[in-house]
Write a new protein. Structure first.
Lengths: 347, 174
């Protein structure tokens, strides 16, 4: 055995250092400083690496998102054509995501900063966090709300120069003030990891049923702007009148495939109420129509009439007249809606 | 020559962290992500012995704790990995010359690290470490690590041995 006493001494020192760091907690003191330093030094490297490895990501993203017919068709083509097809598929998918994001931002009058996910926390680390390629130089600050075309993604946890870490809405330490669609019943929604989100109603009298949809609410001391879609109620527990009423909530956002997000830089002047909720799904359809889903799903979503927004003096005529959340780039309604976020971002 | 070895180990660890955070976590492996950093750090410890193994694994753990998008208390991975690295390092003499034993030791180290990390989180009262989170993430993580280890462990151990040989050689020449 090599030099056993010295070896044990080193181990004891390392264990003590680790314990000290744990005791001092990562959100303050030296742990925070170390993390900020790592973000400042390695964040830009991660950004570059992420863009270098984007083809790999698009390869896997493409496989997961293609329909079987498209895969069969692609397999008949040669390698170069197949790669080119995947690349354009990916570009179209990203254009669709951006389109949906701009649509929701425009309707809600949210000035947003679009950002790209560059790294994801591993599941065995237990923290539901992602790193995005926008930081303090883009005007981001801790606590800002993060959305995508489907709804609430999370909030900015820490910011470094060119990157930030986003705490996802499904993280168990995440809580948001929420409201049931159409009623003013308020609740607190919290993440539960892979399990559906947990909802606690603040009123025991609240009438709830599975299928009800929830949006963020600015009452209940929430720092989130109001009206952002969160998800659909799955199950409701407790009877009307009981002290605490709980429900589970299926988020609209698919957290395993998030790629393009928007950070809300400034709260809108008025709450958009329920106007940002996606159209009611037809029987058998998935509540959240994925931006990169099969063409049939996209057309089904586009064919649905958007629920008429509550008449509000601040709503732009353009956003009210918009027929539906079409996710196809290039079609005229989307071109129409992209005008409103641009103007609101300029404020 | 000592500094060259330290620099090389640092480069290996940082590269592993970058590949893990930027590439591996973005590939949709169901359930969990392969722990490349864990495999690399334990392989180095298996060559360099308990003292350096503990230091290398502590550094790797600290990197995992602080490199974004890490969250929660800093020092959890560092604590677990310095202990596991020390034990794995103690096996370095025993696995000399064997092809299968290193894989077995690293596999044991991987399981101990993942379970240890969850246990430390539970002990300090992290609300994220729930039964369903642990039972959902650990089995696939162990599976992916075992599948990756035959490709990672021999390569990293070879690189680490090369460092060891050149430094020993330089020392004897001097």
């Amino acid at each position: 055995m090599r030099d056993s006493r010295r070896t044990r001494g080193v181990l004891v020192v390392l264990v003590l250092v680790s314990l000290t760091l744990i005791a001092l907690n990562g959100n303050s003191g030296p742990g925070r400083a170390l993390r900020n330093g790592a973000g400042a030094v390695l964040g830009p490297v991660q950004r570059v690496a992420a863009s270098a490895f984007r083809p790999i990501h698009s390869f896997f993203g493409g496989i997961g998102k293609n329909s079987q017919a498209q895969i069969d068709e692609l397999q008949r083509q040669n390698d170069a054509l197949r790669l080119a097809e995947r690349a354009s598929q990916y570009a179209r998918c990203r254009a669709g995501e951006l389109d949906a994001l701009l649509h929701i931002a425009g309707l809600g009058q949210y000035p947003i900063k679009a950002a790209q996910v560059i790294a994801v926390g591993p599941r065995q680390g237990f923290a539901w966090t992602v790193e995005i390629d926008a930081g303090s130089i883009d005007g981001l600050a801790a606590g800002m709300t993060v959305i995508n075309g489907d709804g609430l993604v999370g909030r900015v946890k820490t910011v470094s120069g060119s990157t930030s870490v986003v705490l996802l809405a499904i993280d168990p330490s995440f809580n948001v003030g929420a409201r049931v669609e159409g009623t003013m019943e308020i609740a607190i929604a919290g993440g539960q990891g892979t399990d559906p989100m947990q909802v606690q109603m603040l009123s025991g009298q609240a009438l709830l049923q599975p299928g009800d949809r929830m949006v963020t609410d600015t009452r209940a001391g929430s720092t989130f702007p109001g009206g952002i879609p969160i998800g659909t109620l799955l199950t409701v527990r407790g009877t009307v009148g009981s002290q605490a009423r709980y429900a589970t909530l299926q988020p609209f956002v698919n957290f395993t495939t998030i790629d393009l997000v928007g950070v809300i830089l400034q709260h809108p002047r008025t709450d958009p109420r329920d106007t940002l909720l996606p159209p009611r799904p037809t029987a058998g359809a998935v509540p959240s129509s994925p931006a990169c889903g099969s063409p049939s799903a996209a057309s089904a979503a586009a064919g649905q009439p958007f629920p008429a927004p509550a008449p509000s003096p601040s709503a732009t005529p353009g956003s009210v007249a918009t027929p539906g959340p079409t996710r196809r780039p290039g079609s005229s309604p989307s071109a129409h809606t992209t005008a409103s976020p641009t103007s609101s971002t300029g404020r | 020559m000592k500094y060259r070895r330290i620099a090389m180990v640092a480069v290996m660890l940082v590269t592993a962290v970058l590949i893990q955070t930027v590439v591996l976590t973005r590939i949709p492996f169901p359930g969990a992500t392969p722990d490349l950093v864990l495999l690399v750090a334990l392989s180095i410890a298996l060559v360099q012995g308990p003292t350096r193994g503990a230091i290398v694994c502590f550094s790797a753990g600290l990197l995992l704790d602080v490199v974004p998008p890490a969250d929660g208390a800093v020092g959890r991975w560092a604590l677990v990995l310095c202990l596991v690295g020390w034990f794995v390092g103690r096996a370095s003499d025993a696995v000399e010359g064997s092809a299968g034993l290193p894989l077995l030791v690293v596999a044991g180290g991987v399981v101990a690290s993942l379970v240890g990390y969850a246990a430390v989180g539970w002990l300090i009262g992290d609300a994220r470490v729930t039964t369903s989170a642990v039972t959902g993430a650990l089995p696939p993580a162990v599976l992916y690590d075992l599948l990756f280890s035959p490709f990672v462990v021999p390569v990293v151990m070879g690189l680490a041995r090369k460092l060891e040989v050149t430094t020993t050689y330089a020392r004897t020449v001097r």
